[in-house]
Design a protein around this ligand. Structure first.
Ligand SMILES: Cc1cc2nc3c(=O)[nH]c(=O)nc-3n(C[C@H](O)[C@H](O)[C@H](O)COP(=O)(O)O)c2cc1C
Ligand code: SF4
Length: 501
């Protein structure tokens, strides 16, 4: 019988020697390098700090963080979306883990006599763009927010388009142009015109009417959205790293392959409310479809200027909708200071914009779409009660696709295949399977918002008003939302004129 002992002993001593040598090399490298103070002062051991920091990012969410602790979305929210997407039982046991005393928390005012199921009525479609050639009667109040093909992978766009069709909601292309994958599911599409006009630009990067017409010729394309700004990066254009600019994406956007795709930080031809209205009316004339704009609100006096300009030109000239994005909105890649601290959050901006529109008598003319961390039924119900007509979600739908909040969307290494163009990683995302999850998430969201609306005693979600919500204050008591944001009367000069005798 062969005696393995000497071989094992030699191998063991060799490995120990190798490890000792590696330690010596690391020691010498650490004490001689000058870029990292910790490693220079604590050679070898200092390296563990980096290893643990890297690993902490992955393991925190599994082992250490509490259910309501993580940002941008905590485990309770992610789990709710996960269960809704799977179509699983979405009840929870024992009691709420939500800290209800946190200032700003909305509390819905339940009615002693809730709406009976048989008295509730179906969610109704809502018309957008009554003065355009082809207005859009939008069926769903919960829809998929702008995410470009480029930031998203091919299978992710395919799953979203199929899922949107199944759920009867719309899907926004984001600023990356219209791809065949947006269309293949058959869903309603909102085409976004970003500052670089990807997909509708001429050779010089200007808006091309011919391309606009081509896009509008697709019946599925129901509306056009002019992107003025987005919550994650107000005042900064889109950023798509060169590693994600594949030949297909380059062709759809009309840009060179493999180079960073950076769009201007504003539409060069729009520098005030009047030029914005010019552009909106131009796109509406060319396409015949409703046109609105998306912005995150910071300063807001310009909205009054815009409203006055609309009245000067006539009510038909108004944007057909305004999408208000929250200052804490998401994106594929953005500078941290803009993501963290620029732009009002939706809790503040939504009631504010709705009130300005009411004062100028434009509330029924301009539909209000809200977005920004509105991913659970209570947040969506809050937005409807505050005055939104529609809610859009981006990251909510990413979670329904299987996003695990790894926060690597800008690295082309997304482990779930959603935001990567690496074919190996995309394999995990089966569009047919995920489409069902996208649809389930949307339908279950609508269902649970209906449940809240019945609890407050109205027949359907859009009938919820500010009086149905109270807002938690810092002293642990709540105030009625219609006391905090009282109803604004239309200013006399903008009130509808009484009919002639
Ligand atoms: C991966 C990704 C890509 C996005 N791309 C766009 C875009 O092209 N245009 C845009 O207006 N907003 C874009 N957004 C912002 C979203 O449309 C949305 O306004 C924001 O994330 C807030 O909604 P949420 O909290 O539901 O994600 C993107 C967001 C994400 C996460
Ligand atoms: S899994 Fe991570 S990298 Fe992929 S989409 Fe979600 S947050 Fe982005």
């Amino acid at each position: 019988m062969t005696n393995y002992l000497p071989i094992l002993a030699t191998t063991f001593i060799f490995l120990i020697g190798l490890a000792a040598l590696a330690l010596v090399v690391m020691f010498v490298v650490d004490v001689t390098q000058t870029s990292d103070a910790v490693r220079r002062n604590y050679p070898v051991i200092g390296r563990f700090r980096h290893v643990f920091t890297e690993l902490g990012e992955f393991f925190r969410q599994y082992f250490f963080a509490m259910d309501r602790e993580e940002m941008p979305f905590n485990r309770a929210e992610r789990d709710w979306i996960g269960r809704a997407a799977k179509g699983d039982d979405n009840t929870v046991a024992f009691g709420s883990s939500k800290m209800l005393s946190a200032p700003g928390t909305p509390i819905f005012v339940n009615c002693p006599f809730p709406t009976l199921d048989e008295d509730a009525y179906e969610v109704q479609p809502l018309l957008i763009g009554p003065y355009s050639e082809k207005p859009f009667n939008a069926p769903s109040f919960f829809n998929i927010s702008a995410m470009s093909y480029g930031a998203l992978s091919t299978p992710a766009v395919r799953a979203l388009s199929k899922g949107a069709k199944m759920a009867g909601c719309w899907m926004n292309t984001g600023e990356g142009g219209l791809s065949p994958y947006h269309l293949e599911g058959g869903a309603d599409i909102v085409f976004q015109i970003g500052t670089a006009k990807y997909g509708v630009r001429d050779e010089e990067g200007n808006l091309s009417d011919a391309k606009l017409k081509e896009v509008a010729a697709h019946e599925q394309v129901r509306m056009f959205e002019l992107k003025m700004s987005q919550g994650a990066k107000p005042g900064k254009g889109g950023i798509l790293p060169g590693s994600k600019v594949t030949p297909k994406i380059a062709a759809i956007r009309g840009i060179p392959e493999g180079e960073d795709s950076i769009s201007p930080n504003r539409h060069p031809e729009i520098n005030d409310a009047a030029s914005m209205l010019d552009m909106i009316n131009h796109v509406r004339d060319v396409t015949g479809k409703p046109v609105g704009f998306k912005a995150v609100v910071g300063s807001y006096g310009w909205l009054s200027t815009l409203a006055e300009e609309i009245h000067r030109r006539g009510i038909e000239s108004a944007p057909d909708f305004i999408t208000i994005d929250s200052g804490d909105g998401g994106t594929g890649a953005a500078p941290m200071p803009l993501m963290d601290n620029v732009g009002l959050v939706i809790k503040e901006s939504l009631p504010l914009v709705v009130d300005i529109l009411s004062e100028y008598g434009l509330r029924d003319r301009i539909r209000v779409i809200a977005s920004g961390k509105l991913v659970t039924p209570s947040e969506v119900a809050w937005a409807l009660a505050s005055g939104a007509d529609f809610i859009c979600s981006a990251r909510g739908f990413m979670f329904s696709l299987g996003c695990i909040q790894a926060l690597k969307c800008n690295k082309n290494t997304c482990p779930t295949g959603i935001t990567t163009h690496n074919k190996r990683l995309q394999k995990g995302l089966d569009p047919a399977n995920k489409a069902v999850k996208v649809a389930n998430f949307c339908k279950n969201m609508i269902h649970e918002v209906e449940v809240i609306s019945h609890s407050v005693g109205v027949g359907r979600p859009r009938l919820m008003k500010r009086k149905h919500v109270r807002i938690m204050q810092s002293d642990g008591t709540s105030i009625a939302m219609d006391e905090r944001y009282p109803r604004k009367e239309t200013l006399p000069q903008y009130a509808p004129k009484p009919a002639a005798e």
